[in-house]
Design a protein around this ligand. Structure first.
Ligand code: IDP
Ligand code: MG
Length: 191
């Protein structure tokens, strides 16, 4: 099972390993109080011990991918100090989207949302860091890109295009329960 998991990772995702050359470099101190496996590897012996590290599932939606904004979104995540744990480019299947957006079934924007989300590749990422679920939601900004504040991903990079569904560049998990559920959908090998 271990070698299978390793194989799946090497095909589908990039797994962060931190800085092998200068693990003692002082900037690693600034990365956080890391306690999770990836941050601990990055921090070496410098890291403290809060084990309540969080993970969140981030998607750069098809509009963001098409516009070449995956790098900009990942840049902001890393600039904030969160760690990339896994990364993949994939075109969502109907099955993945039905599970991912189950809470919205029956809403007026549900069908357009699923159609939009299956219209092309997304960049999927698992990020890690204390408070990263709320932290990424704050980076993303409000759901409606017109209302999203300047400084946020949706406020800086998104706008209303007059469509039935808001094309707002990114998705981020909204709770630890959603994060666990969503990570299992997009990165079953991390389960
Ligand atoms: P979130 O992405 O900010 O968590 P949700 O309420 O979970 O927002 O909605 C999922 C996605 O559905 C949104 O990101 C947006 O693309 C779309 N959406 C949500 N509410 C509306 C709406 O009222 N009109 C059009 N599209 C919407
Ligand atoms: Mg949501």
């Amino acid at each position: 099972a271990v070698s299978q998991r390793h194989a799946a990772r090497s095909v589908r995702s990039v797994v962060a390993t931190g800085c092998a050359r200068w693990p003692w470099w002082p900037q690693h101190r600034a990365l956080g109080r890391g306690g999770g496996p990836v941050e601990r590897r990055r921090l070496g012996r410098v890291g403290a011990v809060n084990e309540q590290i969080e993970r969140s599932l981030v998607l750069v939606k098809p509009d963001g991918y098409r516009r070449g904004l995956s790098g900009e979104v990942l840049r902001r995540i890393e600039a904030k100090g969160y760690t990339l744990v896994a990364l993949a480019v994939t075109t969502p299947t109907g099955e993945q989207l039905a599970t991912h957006y189950a809470e919205h079934e029956g809403k007026p924007f549900y069908e357009p949302l699923v159609e939009f989300m299956s219209s092309g590749p997304v960049t999927a990422a698992v990020i890690e860091g204390h408070g990263c679920i709320a932290g990424f939601r704050a980076l993303a900004g409000a759901t409606d890109p017109t209302a999203a504040l300047p400084g946020t991903i949706r406020g800086d990079l998104g706008r209303d295009w007059g469509l039935k569904v808001q094309q707002n560049i990114v998705h981020g998990s909204d709770s630890p329960e959603s994060a666990a559920r969503e990570i299992a959908i997009w990165f079953p090998e991390l389960g």
